[in-house]
Ligand binder design. Structure first.
Ligand SMILES: [Ca+2]
Length: 58
């Protein structure tokens, strides 16, 4: 996970109950059909924890 992933995530962040846009399925980290603060919390955990040495599940 890197800055490119962050850019995609930020582009896809639309809010609760707003359907994921094209190409944003990977940003829906809790798989509930939107990209909202709940996904952002998961993204932050993975983004800050991932150091390339271990797999991190959101
Ligand atoms: Ca979501």
């Amino acid at each position: 996970m890197d800055e490119d992933d962050h850019t995609v995530f930020a582009t896809c962040m639309a809010g609760a109950s707003v359907a994921c846009g094209t190409g944003c399925g990977a940003a829906d980290l809790d798989a509930d059909g939107d990209v909202d603060p709940a996904d952002a919390a998961r993204f932050q955990i993975v983004f800050t924890a991932h150091d390339g040495r271990q797999a991190v599940t959101p």
